[in-house]
Design a binder for this molecule. Structure first.
Ligand code: E4P
Length: 213
């Protein structure tokens, strides 16, 4: 299972990459706007830290998306072009597949959309589980359904669990066998923690202090 950080903050990427478990980063226009830093510079700094950095196109027509896709892909070999799940996006996924440009199809909310993205040649596709939960649904159920549907076929597309809100999303992604989860910084920081680990370590240290003294 690959773990990505969902952020446009380079310091956060450097911190988590130092743990030795980070496989990539996903950015999006909202995350980039929040940081207020230059987009290309941000992506390039992240590419120096991890092998897979999603950079989202902002054009809405296929021609514009494809122009941006070609341009982003030349920035660095670690760039993955993020393309929204629209008809224009599908055309762009197919175009990128033909050019050998890796893609991440974003804003997926149904099995039908996942099938289209996979058929169009997306390298990975991102169902937004948290936003489905927010709307009163069960985002992880969609992940289960997509993985189940894909068992019938030979799609190479990886399922990337996006819009993660809590460690339980990561737990369920792992149990379901999702290929990737992209995780916000605050949730990533919670993953190594367990109260029994803290209590156990405290007991070991207290006992060791008795031996040492
Ligand atoms: C995925 O690549 C997106 O950047 C992200 O997961 C969206 O999450 P949100 O619903 O928390 O904005």
């Amino acid at each position: 299972m690959k773990l990505f950080l969902d952020t446009a903050n380079v310091d956060q990427v450097a911190e988590i990459a130092a743990w030795g478990v980070l496989d990539g980063v996903t950015t999006n226009p909202s995350l980039v706007a929040k940081e207020g830093q230059d987009f290309k510079e941000t992506v390039l700094k992240m590419c120096a830290l991890v092998p897979c950095v999603s950079a989202q196109v902002t054009a809405e027509d296929a021609e514009g998306m494809q122009k941006q896709a070609v341009s982003y892909s030349k920035w660095h070999k670690h760039v993955v072009v993020k393309v929204p799940m629209t008809v224009e996006g599908l055309k762009t996924l197919r175009f990128c597949k033909g050019k050998g440009i890796r893609t991440n199809c974003t804003l997926l909310f149904s099995v039908e959309q996942a099938v289209l993205a996979a058929k169009a040649g997306a390298t990975m596709l991102s169902p937004f589980v948290g936003r489905i939960d927010d709307a009163g649904g069960d985002g992880m159920e969609l992940i289960a359904k997509i993985l189940q549907a894909f068992e019938h076929y030979a799609f190479e597309t990886e399922v990337l669990v996006a819009s993660v809100r809590k460690p339980e999303h990561v737990e369920r992604a792992a149990i379901l066998g999702a290929h990737i989860a992209t995780i916000p910084y605050a949730v990533f920081k919670k993953l190594p923690l367990h109260p029994l680990t803290d209590a156990g370590l405290k007991k070991f240290m207290d006992d060791w202090a008795k031996v040492a003294s």
